[in-house]
Each structure stands twice: as structure tokens, then as C-alpha cells.
Design a protein around this ligand. Structure first.
Ligand SMILES: [Cu+2]
Length: 204
């Protein structure tokens, strides 16, 4: 009798513990989002990204392969209220050179709102801080950074599926490095290969 009573009292308690353990945290503004990274200009590349949003802090995890090896790959979260909240398509190639530049992609994904640097500031001003981005050793990029502070508007945009992850840096002429006569639309001191989008994924 004593054992039965103990079990009768324990079972609901265990059920409560299980429910608390399994349920997602109840605080508002918490979400895990995902982006499947698809090639923009670099058809050999692919990847995945996850963005955990907790209030106004995010954790970004990215894995990609097939990138230009051992070259800095600027990576950002892009968002613009007026943007289409998606990745560019060939119709966005307004100069008709068969490549999508970062500027040509802007109507799709908007401006840089978070720079996914490996250390230091993550603000838009770090967008081309080439010495602070992953270099994709052997073409493989593996990135995780937590505690990235974002504004309420950006957290909301990510939670609502309006933000886009872009990894930049391609090798149009296939010589293994960033070069060529065409200058970057973002920084004329860099070749366009250094900044053209390689991978893009809408965060859903
Ligand atoms: Cu970008």
C-alpha cells in the first residue's frame, strides 16, 4: 500500500519534469531558425546555417563546403525592410555579366545587418574586415559564434523569416585565388571575386 501510494505521487511529478525538460523555453523571442545555403555564383559550394535567437542575442552556426579554399570569406546576415527577403536570382544580374554582385543581390536580401566575424565587432561596419572572417581551409567553412548582440528589429526579422545569410568570395576564373581585373562593387581596392556572393540562404 505504501509503495502504491508512493508511485501514485511520483508518476505525475515525473510527468511534470519531463514536460519541463522537453518544452521549449517559454520566454518570448526565442527561436531556432535554419537556412539552407545554396550557390549564387559558385556552383560547387553548399552549406547549412542555424541561427538561435534569444531575446536580442543570437548564436550562429554555419557549415559549408566547396568554397574557394584558404581565402577570407566575408559572411553576413542581410536584411532590408524593403527587400524581398530571399536570395538573388539571375534576373538580378542587372549588368548582364552572368555574375551576381553583392549590390545586384541587394534588392533580394537588403544591406548587411550583422557581420559574422570570428572575433571582434559584428556590426555592419565590419562587413569587409577581411582579416576577421573564416578562410575556409581546404574549402570547408565551419563557424560558430554566440552572444552576438542584435537590435530588436533584427531579432524580429530573423524570427519572422525575413533575414538572409550570405557567404561571399568566389573564384570566377578558377585560378584558386581572388584576382581579376573587375573591382569589387563594395570596395574598389578588392577584386570582385573577393566580395561576390558564393552562398545564400533565407533564414526560415
Ligand atoms: Cu553579405
Amino acid at each position: 500500500m505504501r509503495r502504491t501510494t508512493a508511485l501514485a505521487m511520483t508518476a505525475p511529478a515525473l510527468g511534470l519534469v519531463a514536460a519541463l525538460t522537453l518544452a521549449p523555453p517559454a520566454s518570448a523571442g526565442t527561436a531556432t531558425t535554419h537556412a539552407s545555403l545554396q550557390p549564387v555564383n559558385d556552383h560547387n559550394a553548399a552549406g547549412q546555417a542555424f541561427v538561435d535567437v534569444k531575446g536580442n542575442k543570437i548564436t550562429v552556426t554555419m557549415a559549408a563546403h566547396g568554397l574557394v579554399p584558404d581565402q577570407p570569406h566575408a559572411a553576413h546576415i542581410h536584411f532590408g525592410a524593403e527587400a524581398r527577403h530571399e536570395c538573388p536570382v539571375m534576373a538580378d544580374d542587372t549588368d548582364g555579366n552572368h555574375h551576381i554582385s553583392t549590390t545586384e543581390g541587394a534588392p533580394a536580401y537588403g544591406p548587411i545587418v550583422v557581420s559574422l566575424t570570428t572575433f571582434g565587432p559584428t556590426d555592419p561596419g565590419s562587413g569587409l574586415a577581411i582579416d576577421r572572417f573564416d578562410t575556409a581551409p581546404g574549402g570547408t567553412l565551419s563557424y560558430q559564434r554566440g552572444q552576438i548582440k542584435v537590435s530588436q528589429d533584427i531579432a524580429k526579422a530573423i524570427n519572422e523569416g525575413q533575414a538572409v545569410i550570405v557567404i561571399h568570395g568566389v573564384d570566377h576564373n578558377g585560378d584558386g585565388t581572388y584576382d581579376g581585373a573587375a573591382a569589387s562593387d563594395l570596395d574598389p581596392s578588392l577584386p570582385t571575386e573577393a566580395t561576390d556572393p558564393a552562398l545564400c540562404g533565407a533564414i526560415r
